[in-house]
Design a protein around this ligand. Structure first.
Ligand code: SF4
Length: 303
């Protein structure tokens, strides 16, 4: 059955109203047909997400945010990836469970939420019990998030920009700071405080802050804002893995400095953040960007 949400689509805050059922591409670069670039075990999320078995990560093609420095540009533009059916996505979820995944990690899925929910329903009815991690850039509409209530166990969400000017410069989305904050509030209301089983996060919201070069004040403002809203009811991940893509203009043409990152960590401690993850400097390598080579996307017999 066709999902009506794809007609005059308003699934994300761009609300561009493209009729994706007619094959038109929205601002996110994809039609209503599911498109996936990679589905595989992924070891490079926070330890409570990757665990020992790896996170069963599905990279969806397309993105409504499209940050200028995006490291996943080929999939953000909708270029990389292969169209698949909803039953095939349900099979992928089961194959990841069979492979020993700790969870299902849905990366940038907002543009396909109705189809993802249908696939999850199929997999659940067949006995798939993996926790669901919704991995989001934070640019989410409340209506779409409410469709996910009860289906998502963990929200893994960025708070990328605290000031409208930076959000405008980097993603043409000056409304991002307030939209993402509302999204985090909704996510926390759905999941409640973090719940662990051993080292694994089984429920809760983890907010990521990717420090950008020369944007320390913005990152501190973002951290303060999220902490004022959520306190220690969410987990915090302070990231220094920013890697400049070729051709980036200053200041985005360099990695963040050690002193910038140290200053962000000190500020987090000053605020009273208790539950968080930090990142080694070694993480800023593009070898951590997985190849979008359709691994796990197609059924084995057709590869
Ligand atoms: S999900 Fe895509 S088509 Fe839908 S509103 Fe957002 S950018 Fe437009």
């Amino acid at each position: 059955m066709e999902h009506l949400e794809y007609r005059a689509c308003r699934l994300c805050p761009r609300a561009c109203e493209a009729d994706r059922t007619a094959g038109r591409l929205g601002c996110c670069g994809v039609s209503s047909t599911l498109r996936v670039a990679r589905a595989a075990l992924h070891a490079w999320e926070e330890p409570c997400i990757s665990g020992r078995g790896g996170s069963g990560t599905v990279f969806f093609s397309g993105c409504g945010l499209r940050c200028v420095f995006c490291q996943n540009r080929p999939i953000a533009l909708g270029e990389a990836g292969r169209e698949i059916s909803i039953p095939r996505l349900a099979d992928i979820f089961d194959e990841l469970e069979d492979a020993g995944a700790e969870n299902l990690n849905l990366v940038t899925a907002v543009q396909f939420v109705p189809s993802v929910l249908e696939a999850l329903g199929i997999a659940r009815r067949r006995g798939n019990r993996l926790p669901v991690v919704y991995n989001s850039g934070g640019y989410e509409s409340l209506e779409t998030l409410r469709m996910l209530a009860g289906a998502v166990d963990v929200y893994l969400v960025d708070y990328k920009y605290a000031s409208p000017s930076l959000a405008d410069a980097c993603a043409s989305a000056p409304d991002y700071p307030s939209v993402a904050l509302d999204a985090i509030r909704e996510m926390l209301s759905q999941t409640g405080a973090p719940r662990f089983d051993g080292e694994m996060l089984k429920g809760g919201t983890l907010v990521r802050f990717l420090l950008l070069p020369s944007a320390l004040l913005d990152a501190k403002l973002g951290l303060r804002r999220v902490f004022s809203l959520c306190g220690n009811d969410v987990l915090y991940s302070l990231m220094q893995q920013y890697t400049p893509m070729p051709g980036m203009a200053p200041p985005l043409d360099r990695r963040v400095s050690e002193s910038e990152y140290r200053s962000l960590l000190a500020y987090a401690a000053e605020l009273g953040i208790e539950n968080g993850y930090t990142q080694e400097r070694e993480s800023a390598k593009d070898s951590f960007i997985p190849p979008f080579d359709l691994t796990g996307v197609l059924p084995k017999e057709s590869v």
